[in-house]
Design a binder for this molecule. Structure first.
Ligand code: ADP
Ligand code: RBF
Ligand code: MG
Length: 386
């Protein structure tokens, strides 16, 4: 490994946060708050979600009580919402790359701790829902086991102590600003994986900011590298979406010379909240035409700074005409890179063409080629009842 590749100090131990870093807690918490507030005749605005991320439960409760002027004290509100959350703990899904990270560190014998602002009993309940997680951590530290929660360094210092190591030997992985502050205050290297999009500038104190756990390059910290990348692609657990092709911003063909057959992001908000933004690839079926190779971006297109998340599949085939309204089904089988900004339109276009070549080639590998025959793509469309 070239020394120039190292971005920070060499580490030997990893400390990860739980909610928002390994688990998609926000998605479940948002659903619960939404229905709770609806009963009070109030509308949950996901934009205030940033006031909750990375806070202790009581701080988060205080923020909601204040934002929505609820007729309860923060303690009362917390005691009402806690059992609703506890009921849903096993419905909280691991974030993309969480299982991969845990398995990788464990199989390479790297000691790993879990450090969370939640009480220890909540942490244990949540991780017990995921096979192999509890055994993978050599220490688990909850908010109730130290004097002060994040952004104070106590939780991380205690985690290092229980792993019998120095803080300077630890790498923290965190999604929240409070967590990044805490890790830095503990004298540790910190990788930020922000839960809230478009807030990257707020994480400038982190040693590095990555888009998702899929983008971790552990060799930069002297840790064993992931070895599952194949020809510039990362195999993922396949996922499937489909629907009628809708009108996009009208930019793909016109501005980039790259048409993208957009799906309605609104209709897939649940499944999209489970997948991080980025460039993915797979197979695309058009009901009347056939199955084609496909590369796509999901996200906010940083170059155009969109306010909406969009799904932009580019089918790697020349079509004589548009196919708006036609049913498009996608099997998404691999990941290429995070969405990025580019200094010029030409460099964005060049990068998308490179993504296309990577996808084109990778999809011939048996590992990915097998999904061309997925029943989801090849079965006739269900009869419409309408
Ligand atoms: P929009 O912003 O409306 O999505 P685009 O310029 O991105 O417009 O063009 C996308 C449309 O072009 C698709 O909806 C589809 O009908 C058509 N199209 C033609 N060839 C392709 C292709 N290879 N991949 C995706 N869409 C294509
Ligand atoms: N837009 C970006 O701003 N940054 C990207 O990194 C990016 N990557 C893309 C990769 C692929 C394979 C495709 C098809 C599109 C990508 N786009 C990206 C989105 C592109 O800007 C979008 O399709 C057009 O803006 C059309 O709306
Ligand atoms: Mg498009």
């Amino acid at each position: 490994m070239a020394a120039s590749k190292l971005v920070g100090k060499l580490v030997s131990h990893v400390i990860v946060d739980l909610d928002g870093t390994l688990l998609n807690t926000d998605s479940v918490a948002n659903q619960i708050l939404k229905s709770f507030l609806a009963k009070l005749g109030k509308k949950w605005d996901s934009k205030s979600a940033h006031r909750i991320v990375g806070r202790t439960p009581l701080e988060a409760a205080a923020a909601v009580v204040e934002d929505y002027q609820l007729p309860y004290s923060k303690e009362e509100f917390l005691s009402m919402i806690t059992p609703l959350l506890a009921d849903q703990w096993c419905n909280i899904r691991p974030l993309p790359g969480a299982n991969r990270l845990i398995k990788h560190l464990r199989s390479n014998g790297v000691s790993m701790a879990l450090a969370s602002n939640s009480p220890k009993s909540n942490i244990e309940a949540k991780i017990s829902c995921n096979d192999g997680w509890k055994e993978s951590f050599s220490a688990i530290v909850g908010r109730d086991e130290v004097e002060k929660g994040k952004p104070s360094p106590d939780i991380f210092l205690e985690a290092a102590r229980r792993m019998n190591t120095e803080p300077s030997r630890c790498l923290v992985i965190e999604d929240s600003i409070a967590g990044v502050t805490a890790g830095k205050a503990a004298g540790m290297e910190v990788i930020a994986v922000p839960s809230i999009p478009k807030q990257v500038d707020k994480f400038s104190s982190a040693s590095e900011v990555v888009n998702s756990l899929l983008d971790l390059q552990l060799e930069k910290w002297g840790l064993p590298p992931f070895e599952d990348w194949i020809e510039g692609t990362l195999p993922i657990e396949p996922w499937y979406i489909g629907g009628p092709v809708i009108k996009g911003f009208g930019r793909g063909s016109k501005v980039l010379g790259i048409p993208t057959a957009n799906l309605s992001a609104e209709s897939f908000s649940d499944i999209l909240s489970e997948h991080t933004s980025g460039v993915y690839f797979g197979w695309a079926a058009l009901s009347t035409k056939g199955v084609y190779k496909m590369v796509m971006s999901i996200g906010w297109n940083p170059y155009f700074d969109n306010t909406e998340k969009t799904i932009e599949p580019w089918l790697l085939h020349e079509f004589p005409e548009d196919f708006y309204g036609e049913e498009l089904r996608l099997a998404i089988v691999g990941y290429i890179r995070p969405e990025a900004n580019f200094p010029s339109l030409e460099s964005l276009i060049a990068r998308i063409h490179e993504d296309g070549r990577i996808a084109e080639k990778a999809l011939d590998l048996p590992l990915y080629a097998a999904y061309r025959d997925s029943p989801y793509l090849t079965n006739p469309l269900p009869e419409s009842n309408s």
